[in-house]
Each structure stands twice: as C-alpha cells, then as structure tokens.
Design a protein around this ligand. Structure first.
Ligand SMILES: Nc1ncnc2c1ncn2[C@@H]1O[C@H](COP(=O)(O)OP(=O)(O)OP(=O)(O)O)[C@@H](O)[C@H]1O
Length: 308
C-alpha cells in the first residue's frame, strides 16, 4: 500500500461561538492513501462537505492537523496553501461553476491562465485534455450551449488540467440523469484506475459510493464507519496496520487513541473553546464562491481567517 496523500490528526471544526456554537467535526484522525477512491457518505448535516473543505484546504480547521504528502499544511500562509491546492487538487462540483459566456477551452484552461502559462501552451494542453474526454469538438462552444453531462465532462477536464494527484468531487452527478451519471462516473473511475488519481467523493448516491474502494460514513461530525469494498478488504487491512505508526511518526506526542473498530480514526472530545481565535466561519454563499474559485484554480480565502 502506498504512502498517505492526505492525513488528519484530531480534526475539529466549530462554527460560531457561545450559544450559537456548532461542533461540525469532532476530532477526526485518519488517512487517505495515494490512489485510493474514497466515498464520504452520511445524512444531510453530518459534516461531509465540511470535512471535504478541510481536506481540500479550502477552509481551516478550528483545531487539529491536515497533512498533504506527509507535510502538515495547517500552519502555512494562505498564499502557500492556495498554491499547494492549485497544484495538487482538482475539483468537480454538482453546480459545475463554469463561466457561461466563455468557451469550453477558455473554461478548461483558466487555471493555466491564472498560473501565467503562455497562451499557445494553454491551448495545446486544453485541447489535449478535452480530447481525452471526447469534448475537443466543443472547444469553441460557449459553456452554456452544453448539456449537463457535457458540462460535467468539461469540469473534469478543467480539474485535470494541472495534472492533480487528488480529485475532490462533491455530488458530481447530483445534477445529472442516471444514464449521464454513469458516463461521468465511468470517466472519474477510469482516471482513478488508469492514472492512479486519488478520488475523494462526497455523495448521497449509494451506487456511486459503492464504486469506491472505501466508504467513510459520517454522523454528527464523527466517522462512524470506515469500510473497504469487499474486493479491497485485504488491502485495507494492511492500511489499518500501518495507520497508527504513520500517525505517531508524523505527529509525535500528539497521537490520539485509534478507534477499536477500525484502528484508523478516533473521535475525541473537541476543545471547550478553541485555543487560538478560530477563523470566521464561511457563510453558505461564501462557501459557494470559494468552491467556484477552487474549481477555476484560483481559490484563496483572502484577508483574515482561512489558513493562518
Ligand atoms: N458557515 C456555517 N455556519 C454555521 N454552521 C454551519 C456552517 N456551515 C455548515 N454548518 C453546519 O455544519 C453541519 C455540517 O454541514 P455540512 O455542510 O458539512 O454537512 P453535509 O453532511 O455536507 O450536509 P449535506 O449533505 O446537506 O450537504 C450542518 O449542521 C451545517 O448546518
């Protein structure tokens, strides 16, 4: 089994303070290995999107650590976090977040434009990735002219343009009919299989979750189940054996007891109040804006808050 691409240690997210305090994540310790496909499932409000936002470095935890490739990132400056995110991650969201007035090629290559890649190179790479998704014939069309399935293929192309090691997908088929959903899923799992891209998928769709090698089930801000698909159970057992050693090695003296059920994660009581001032919570509207900017490769929680 490969090394973890993402690790968390006692991850806590608290929204609000005093009487309006809400403990959205209650001390999560687990890792995601390079090349895994992981579904995050659970009822509405269980904390799935909050967890994805913290893993994807879109928001900062109230307490605890997120590490990317063994490197804790929670203390980095916002600009460094933003660069890491844009280099390592691609995003696919239910709402697409395409610029309706721009062409497909312009949408797909926006992350490269932001990164300062010259126009000819952007065009070459954009057409190449669109070809892989059989969307190159639509390169000059406005994004608005496309069907839902085509839009999501363009979003996947945009997510791939920086050759990410992880794709985060939040309800990627939520706006699609079932036949189109299967096509989009096939593309995502094909990328996972053939290129070893790690998939982290937040979903309410049991069929989609069942295609992932591993399912993290959430309830009330905790992981209550961490299940491998039957054919990957043997591989998963070896992950369990290495989990404690990995976490202990990364954060000496800070490791919390593992869950007896899986050995991978522990639910510990969150702090009475955060020791350092917590970043201001993102409103739903801010969250959407951030997701849209992340999808376009330019998310940065500007100003105060975020990753300090
Ligand atoms: N900015 C915020 N301020 C206060 N509470 C918040 C904020 N964002 C999320 N929450 C709360 O945190 C909890 C977890 O929200 P989250 O969006 O992570 O859940 P979810 O499992 O993804 O739900 P859904 O499936 O409906 O998208 C919910 O009770 C939600 O109301």
């Amino acid at each position: 089994m490969s090394t973890p691409v993402l690790e968390t240690e006692n991850l806590v997210k608290i929204y609000g303070r005093g009487p309006s305090r809400f403990d959205a994540l209650k001390g999560l310790t687990f890792e995601i290995h390079r090349g895994e496909s992981v579904a995050i499932v659970g009822k509405s409000g269980s904390g799935k999107s909050t967890l994805m936002h913290l893993l994807a470095l879109l928001d900062a935890p109230t307490a605890g650590v997120v590490a990317l490739d063994g490197r804790p990132v929670t203390q980095l400056k916002p600009a460094a976090v933003s660069d890491l995110r844009n280099e390592a991650f691609g995003f696919v969201f239910q709402q697409f977040f395409l610029n309706a007035q721009q062409t497909v090629l312009e949408n797909v290559t926006l992350p490269l434009k932001i990164a300062g890649v010259p126009r000819a190179e952007r065009r070459r790479r954009g057409l190449e990735v669109l070809r892989q998704l059989e969307m190159d014939s639509k390169a000059g069309n406005k994004a608005n002219d496309l069907s839902g399935g085509q839009k999501q293929r363009v979003c996947i192309a945009r997510a791939l343009i920086n050759d990410p090691s992880v794709i985060f997908a939040d309800e990627p088929t939520g706006n699609l009919d079932s036949a189109t959903s299967r096509v989009v899923e096939d593309i995502l799992f094909g990328l996972h299989r053939e290129r070893g891209i790690t998939l982290v998928i937040v979903t309410h769709d049991d069929d989609l979750a069942a295609r992932c090698q591993r399912r993290l089930s959430m309830q009330d801000g905790r992981i209550i189940g961490d299940d491998a698909a039957p054919e990957t159970a043997a591989a998963s057992a070896s992950v369990t054996e290495t989990a404690t050693a990995t976490a202990t090695g990364l954060y000496p003296g800070r490791h919390t007891p593992s869950s007896p059920a899986t050995g991978r994660h522990a639910a510990v009581p969150p702090p009475a109040e955060p020791e350092a001032p917590a970043p201001p919570p993102l409103s739903r509207r801010e969250r959407r804006r951030l997701e849209s900017e992340a999808a376009a490769g330019r998310a940065d929680r500007r100003g105060e808050g975020g990753h300090a």
